[in-house]
Design a binder for this molecule. Structure first.
Ligand code: NAD
Ligand code: TYD
Length: 338
């Protein structure tokens, strides 16, 4: 298999590439990433750069650049993780979200189609469904009602994948996963943000009443699900992926406070995020029944191991905090003598 993976210098993409190279040592992977503020080559330091994993710094919105990479790499399949991903940033300025997440997806699918790839997997999100009340679950048939500019841009990309399948018979697959946790997550997202703040003895800002619910999944379980959909999913198919772990933000915050040996006084309630989705919860019957995918990482263990990872890898997040990771690309290439 020759695979092209975009956005693989980010959190989930880098974990997926590490997982895929371990489980499929015969695969060749071409990594494409623009290295935005969220892209960090240190996330791939142990896996990228050899003949089995080549890195291309490129923007998925750049049609000529994509054509060049497809001509040289000739991938059998494509997974698109590349996106602007932080809801709060999308509220501040939606424009880049629309460009990367919508136009970037279209550009990448056009390049993939021209190159005749066999399978194209669009990494979507459960945020396309909007928000649930106290009960119910999102199924793949739930109406799409995105509430943030981020979610609206991801919904557009998700629907473009559907349209390319219907219109051109282009073999798209779509996954809609819930909130991921694990190593290498950019410390602006809830769990790494709070762990790093707590480590520095600071208070943690809980939005609103803290009763918003997310369904948390370990990133390795997400990687296993993506692998299954890539290899065995039905072209045109849409697959929910969930962890079966609904938690309020207060529950997560309390767990982190306890794991870090702090007391409840560090929890600070701050004004709510505008349009803040109340609850996400996933019905993953389809992926279980069709592909036999079941999450494996028990939540308490996975979260405890994740906290340990951030504590053991302080140099990784300190480099992110200081901005030094932005120089990693130059250092990496000079080290490789390129
Ligand atoms: P991330 O922000 O950590 O990584 C995104 C990566 O995309 C970065 O490496 C960045 O440099 C790259 N990128 C951004 N714009 C690009 C462009 N124009 N061209 C090429 N590369 C570009 O995000 P993540 O949390 O790893 O999320 C990966 C994917 O999974 C996204 O599509 C996201 O919507 C989706 N997703 C995330 C979650 C979650 O909980 N984090 C849940 C469901 C779905
Ligand atoms: P986040 O990690 O940004 O993911 P998403 O918005 O995509 O679900 O946030 C997870 C939850 O945590 C969400 O309900 C917002 C909340 N949150 C806070 O309460 N405080 C914070 O500082 C952050 C970053 C998030």
């Amino acid at each position: 298999m020759k695979l092209l993976v975009t956005g693989a210098a980010g959190f989930i993409g880098s974990n997926f590439v590490r997982y895929a190279m371990k489980v499929h040592p015969d695969w060749e992977i071409a990594v494409v990433d623009k290295l935005t503020y969220a892209g960090n080559l240190a996330n791939l330091e142990d896996v990228a750069g050899g003949p089995k994993c080549r890195f291309h710094r490129a923007d998925i919105c750049d049609a000529e650049g994509m054509d060049r990479i497809f001509s040289s790499e000739r991938p059998d399949a494509v997974i698109n993780f590349a996106a602007e991903t932080h809801v709060d940033r999308s509220i501040d300025d939606p424009s880049l979200f629309l460009k990367t997440n919508i136009v970037g997806t279209q550009t990448l699918m056009d390049a993939s189609r021209k190159a005749g790839v066999d399978r194209y997997l669009q990494i979507s999100t459960d945020e396309v469904y909007g928000s649930l009340g106290a009960t119910g679950l999102f199924t793949e048939e739930s109406p799409l009602k995105p509430n943030s500019p981020y979610a609206a841009s991801k919904t557009s990309a998700d629907l473009l994948a559907r349209a390319y399948f219907k219109t051109y018979g282009f073999p798209t697959l779509v996954t809609r996963c819930s909130n991921n946790y694990g190593p290498y997550q950019f410390p602006e997202k809830l769990i790494p943000f709070f762990v790093t703040l707590l480590h520095e003895g600071k208070q943690v800002p809980v939005y609103g009443d803290g009763m918003n619910v997310r369904d948390w999944i370990h990133v390795d379980d997400h990687s296993r699900a993506v692998e299954a959909v890539l290899l065995r999913g039905r072209p045109g198919g849409i697959y929910n992926i969930g962890g079966g772990n609904e938690r309020t933000n207060i529950e997560i915050t309390k767990f982190l406070i306890e794991a870090m040996g702090k007391d409840a006084s560090v929890m600070k309630f701050v004004p709510d995020r505008p349009g803040h989705d109340r609850r996400y919860a996933i019905d993953d019957t389809r992926i279980r029944a069709e592909l036999g995918v079941v999450p494996q990482v028990p939540f308490q263990e996975g979260l405890a191991a994740t906290v340990r990872w951030y504590l053991d890898n302080e140099s990784w997040w300190q480099a992110v905090r200081s901005g030094d990771y932005l120089n990693f690309y130059d250092r990496w290439y000079s080290k490789a003598g390129r």
